[in-house]
Design a protein around this ligand. Sequence first.
Ligand code: F6R
Length: 260
Amino acid sequence: MEIVICKTREEASRKAADMITALVRKNPKAVLGLATGSTPVLMYNELAKDVKAKKVSFRQVRSWNLDEYYGLAPTHDQSYRYFMNENLFRKIDIKLSNTHVLNGLAKDPAKECKAYEAAIRRAGGIDLQVLGIGSDGHIAFNEPGTSLNSRTSIVYLTPSTIKDNARLFFHGRLDEVPTAALSMGVGTICEARKVVLLAFGANKADAVKGMVEGGISQFCTASALQAHNDAWVFCDEAAASKLKLRKYYAWRSATKLGSR
Ligand code: F6R
């Protein structure tokens, strides 16, 4: 796992966007795994700038998102499909028909999740997966206690995630946050050939510490990425503040990025 520690979240978002832009320039038909939440928004804006500046085109890119609230229609303004359309897809030249988000209204969630995995496989697997991290160490909606081999399935949110998300998405109204979601599994995520995880702010410092320097454990599902051989964490100083070896990681990642 490479840890890129930046002074600001803007700088970290730009560096992460550089990695995605470089990958899509090299492979215009890349398959991307995408995330929602507040964290990737700045990076999505940077990708939009790159498209506008004609540095890259997403016309042939296909994408699969990590998760969707169970019970929300794609048109619901708090759904992750709506979020992606607003925060990325309408700002870049990707074809909407090439973008995939789990159907939160699926009558048979198990069937929906199986079909989603099969579609990813048919596309050749995910070349690069974007991730955020929850304050409890979750990736996608894989909460503490989820098997590290889990596949895409219906999952249940912890009270702390419901609280975090109510603050950001549901105008603080806890009772409006769905308590279940359809989510890619930890095993599914770890199959991506490259992973770019973003983490900003002091409220992510414990989760980042657990992910990077804790043992691999289902109590911090992001820690499964320790076993991935091309996982990059782009964070600001606040999110990295609890890492014991932070100076070493910063130097090592700068050296590796500089030599690419
Ligand atoms: C979003 C997702 C979640 C978020 C995480 C952090 O698709 O899968 O794991 O990445 O909850 O959310 P923010 O970025 O809002 O702090």
